[in-house]
Design a protein around this ligand. Structure first.
Ligand code: NI
Length: 262
């Protein structure tokens, strides 16, 4: 792994713990962005991992011949090991270590692509709503765009302070259980903060911070590369009821099953 080049200031660390998110102007170099972007576009073009459920659409029923509105690849480095050796990874880890403490663990990486003109909004949600209701999480995501991220192409937006709330009730987008993506049932967006950032900048958010990214209204793709870290998992005394995940009937789960993944 490359060596980290970033240290957060006390003010940045305090801001994250108070607001539940943070924006930084640069997490890697322009050269590395270019290198990652080539790999990233190839993985999406080849539909890497689709047959085993690692690539799927977050915003449509995800049929094989359907139009992809918000495709995602889980663990892209599994399909391009050269992604393991980046400043993005080293700096994400260093930042997460400052915010979570020395016990942090790598959780997962993913890539979310919003296609030009038709790229769907990522509705307001908390990441933890996707996860295991029997587990206590302290986790954060480092979200890096591979081109400028603007309000028009779907930069991240956050509602400050919402990381201090419990996980709220969610539902599948459009109340369609075939769709993987989740949306929180109710949200007050009056305090939402949009975070446009340059290519190779980053936003960081806690797993309970309510966040959103608008549709891509531009004629170029919006590519985001995300690295997720957590503290060691702790079983909860009482599991929560994430009924919105129990109701899911996704094509991705079918592909995983057919591939012997679950
Ligand atoms: Ni999210």
């Amino acid at each position: 792994m490359d060596k980290e080049t970033i240290t957060l200031t006390d003010e940045q660390i305090e801001f994250y713990h108070r607001e539940g998110y943070l924006t930084i102007p640069a997490i890697t170099s322009a050269e590395e962005i270019e290198r990652i972007r080539d790999i990233y576009d190839r993985l999406f073009a080849e539909r890497a991992g689709r047959d085993v459920g690692d690539q799927f659409d977050l915003a449509s029923p995800d049929e094989d011949d359907g139009t992809q509105l918000l495709p995602q690849i889980m663990d892209p480095a599994k399909y391009a090991p050269e992604l393991e050796d980046t400043f993005f990874r080293a700096n994400s880890y260093a930042i997460a270590a400052q915010l979570l403490g020395p016990d942090l663990e790598y959780f997962v990486e993913h890539a979310i692509r919003k296609p030009p003109a038709i790229g769907a909004a990522t509705p307001w949600h908390q990441d933890e709503a996707y996860w295991d209701p029997a587990v206590e999480y302290n986790s954060l995501s480092v979200w890096m765009p591979l081109q400028e991220a603007t309000v028009e192409n779907g930069c991240m937006q956050f509602i400050p302070g919402t990381h201090k709330m419990d996980v709220l009730p969610h539902h599948s987008i459009g109340h369609d259980p075939r769709i993987h993506g989740l949306e929180v049932d109710t949200v007050d967006v009056s305090k939402a903060v949009a975070c446009p950032i340059p290519a190779g900048g980053a936003t960081i958010h806690h797993c309970r911070t309510l966040h959103y990214a608008g549709p891509n209204l531009t004629d170029a793709p919006r590519r985001a590369y995300i690295s997720v870290f957590r503290l060691p998992l702790v079983q909860r005394d009482l599991p929560r009821d994430f009924y919105w995940n129990e109701m899911k009937r996704t094509a991705r789960a079918e592909r995983r099953k057919a591939a012997g993944k679950e």
